[in-house]
Design a protein around this ligand. Structure first.
Ligand code: SF4
Length: 64
């Protein structure tokens, strides 16, 4: 699984961090998403899919 985030779309809502805190973080200054792991392991795949699904800005793309 490969994860791509679009910082331009991100509205700093933080749902991705709640869903998968090992993969996503937010910048201190403005809350914009920080991708911690662009190739998460299989055991994180469900959490990453949840993060992409709940992101209100559709800023998370998953390439299988
Ligand atoms: S859930 Fe989406 S909009 Fe919110 S911080 Fe994560 S990537 Fe950005």
């Amino acid at each position: 699984m490969k994860v791509v985030v679009d910082e331009e779309k991100c509205v700093a809502a933080g749902q991705c961090v709640n869903a998968a805190m090992d993969v996503f973080d937010q910048r201190e200054e403005d809350g914009i998403v920080v991708l911690l792991d662009e190739n998460p392991s299989d055991d994180l795949a469900d959490d990453v899919r949840t993060a992409a699904a709940v992101c209100p800005a559709l800023a998370i793309r998953i390439e299988e």
